[in-house]
Ligand binder design. Structure first.
Ligand code: COA
Length: 200
C-alpha cells in the first residue's frame, strides 16, 4: 500500500492574514465564483478561464480542486474577508513542477484596489514555501496587466523575461512578463530563515 502524499499546507489552512482568510473552497462558493470569474475583466487577464464562464464551469472547478488539493502537487484556495469568511472574493493557487511552483490568483472586481492581492500572495508564498521541495515560485502577468505586475513587484518577484501565452478568454496569444520569487528572496523580505517558513 502506498503512503498518502505529504500535505505541508494542511495544518496551516485556513490561513488568516491581517484582513483575509485563505480557506479550502467548497460547492457553496459556486455562485460567487461564477459571478466574479465570469467578468471578462478578470478572465482576460488569465490563461485558462474561458468566457463566458457560468456555474457549471465553477462547479467543475471546485470538484477538480477538492480532488487535486489532496495530491500534494497543487493547491487552490478560496480567499474571503475575515469578517465574511463564507463569501469568496477571489482564488489563489499554485501548482508544483519539479523544485518550482507556478502561482496564480484573481479577485472579483468589487475588491480590487484595496491591497487584498498583495496580502493574499504574500500569505500563499509563505504557505508554498512550507513545502521543502519548493525553492522558487513562478508567476507573471500579461503585458497589459500593470496592476498584477505591481502586486508581484511588491511581494518580491523579479522579472526574468517574456513569453507568449494563450489566453482562452481572449482566444489568442498574449505577451506575458515572466516573474519569479525564490525562497531565499522571500525569506529575506519577510525576515525569516529560508528553511523555516511559518505562517504568513
Ligand atoms: C491584478 C489584481 C489581482 C490586483 O488585485 P488588487 O487587490 O487590486 O491588488 P493590490 O491592491 O494588492 O495592488 C495593486 C497595485 O497595482 C497598482 N495598480 C493597479 N492598477 C494599475 C495600473 N493600471 N497601472 C499601474 N499600477 C496599477 C495599484 O496602485 C497597487 O499598487 P500600490 O499599492 O503600489 O498603489 C486584480 O486586479 C485582479 O484580480 N485582476 C484580474 C485577474 C488578474 O489579473 N489576475 C492576476 C493574473 S497575473
Amino acid at each position: 500500500m502506498s503512503s498518502p502524499p505529504a500535505l505541508p499546507w494542511l495544518a496551516a489552512v485556513p490561513l488568516a492574514t491581517r484582513r483575509l482568510v485563505l480557506r479550502q473552497p467548497g460547492f457553496a462558493d459556486v455562485p460567487r465564483l461564477a459571478l466574479y470569474a465570469g467578468d471578462i475583466a478578470v478572465a482576460r487577464m488569465l490563461v485558462a478561464v474561458p468566457h463566458p464562464y457560468g456555474e457549471a464551469h465553477a462547479s467543475a472547478f471546485i470538484g477538480d480542486v477538492l480532488a487535486s488539493n489532496l495530491t500534494g502537487s497543487s493547491l487552490a484556495l478560496a480567499v474571503a474577508r475575515q469578517k465574511e469568511p463564507h463569501a469568496l472574493i477571489g482564488v489563489i493557487s499554485y501548482s508544483r513542477e519539479g523544485r518550482g511552483a507556478t502561482i496564480g490568483w484573481w479577485f472579483g472586481r468589487p475588491y480590487w484596489g484595496r491591497g487584498f492581492a498583495t496580502e493574499a500572495v504574500t500569505a500563499m508564498a509563505g504557505l508554498a514555501f512550507l513545502d521543502p521541495q519548493i525553492d522558487v515560485l513562478v508567476a507573471g502577468a500579461f503585458a497589459d496587466n500593470p496592476g498584477s505586475l505591481r502586486v508581484q513587484e511588491k511581494t518580491g518577484f523579479v522579472r526574468t523575461g517574456e513569453s507568449l501565452r494563450r489566453s482562452v478568454a481572449r482566444g489568442g496569444e498574449v505577451t506575458q512578463i515572466d516573474m519569479t520569487l525564490t525562497r531565499v528572496a522571500f525569506a529575506a523580505l519577510s525576515g525569516r530563515a529560508p528553511g523555516a517558513m511559518g505562517k504568513a
